[in-house]
Design a protein around this ligand. Structure first.
Ligand SMILES: [Zn+2]
Length: 270
């Protein structure tokens, strides 16, 4: 039996761009921070190359503007390019027009680096497409993107999650596909839980005949990043097991089949 192709996705941002740091490093201060995304993305790119895997990279507009070479290098290595907003503003704090402006600015910055028509999809900062911000799907579709991959289809969290949302790939609008994140499979969950938990999750999803959607960030393979004083839970969430990520990614990529979201969609007839 042919192995199911799962989606491997990377949110292309640096250590200071994350929502956990937004009080310490608002967008206006990003220019003062040490850029590390080049080196950390290289580690991920090398690993993907080793396993012959094509992935989707959702680039922040700010990163495309300040580190165009990195986005170009990812594109030239054959990976799929998506967008992740301009300055990591969560949709839950934006109105429709503000979101439209943010996405337009992001698409413009990324489009200066890659050929026209390259941008395939969108991922919201911190999975912030929720029941309350469902209007965003319409805006995303208006940019001609093939898909959105922002819904975390489980509730019970204060900062993200859409309880009751479809867990499988679906078509919420006639001109947009939604590729929900596989819950607890990626990012902080991947670092916090032992590897066997992630392994159990992907096996369970694949057993149902469905692809799993994995996500990671370049700063999650960078244990040497500057340490910032954060409230305890945020500090834990950001720094736990950073030194273990790369090895776990290597295991994951050797055990399971992965591709870019676009490839998974093609394979599943979307
Ligand atoms: Zn992000």
């Amino acid at each position: 039996m042919k192995a199911i192709m799962n989606a491997f996705t990377v949110d292309l941002e640096d250590w200071f761009c994350v929502s956990n740091m937004e009080r310490v490093f608002p967008l206006s201060r990003w220019g003062d921070c040490q850029l590390r995304v080049g080196e950390s993305s290289t580690l991920i790119l090398e690993l993907l190359k080793k396993h012959g895997v094509r992935a989707t990279f959702f680039a922040l507009g700010w990163i495309a503007e300040h580190c165009p070479d990195i986005v170009r290098r990812i594109y030239e290595a054959g990976h799929e390019i998506g967008v992740h907003g301009y300055g990591h503003a969560r949709l839950t704090g934006l109105g429709r027009e503000e979101f439209k402006d943010d996405l337009a600015r992001c698409v413009e910055s990324v489009s200066r680096v890659v050929p026209e028509g390259t941008i395939a999809g969108y991922r919201a900062p911190s999975f912030s497409v929720t029941r309350r911000s469902a209007w965003a799907l319409d805006v995303i579709a208006s940019f001609g993107l093939r898909y959105d991959s922002s819904v975390f289809p489980v509730g019970g969290r204060t900062d993200y999650g859409w309880s009751g949302a479809a867990r499988g790939i679906n078509r919420p609008l006639c001109n947009l596909i939604e590729v929900p994140i596989t819950p607890w499979f990626g990012g902080g969950y991947f670092r916090l839980f032992p590897y066997r938990v992630s392994r159990y999750i992907i096996k369970k999803v694949n057993k149902m005949g469905l692809p799993a959607v994995f996500y990671i960030h370049p700063w999650e393979v960078d244990p040497e990043q500057p340490r910032v004083r954060l409230p305890l839970t945020k500090r834990f969430r950001h720094y736990v097991n950073l030194d273990k990520t790369l090895h776990r990614l290597d295991l994951l990529l050797s055990e399971f089949s992965f591709g870019a979201i676009g490839d998974v969609l093609d394979e599943n007839g979307f």
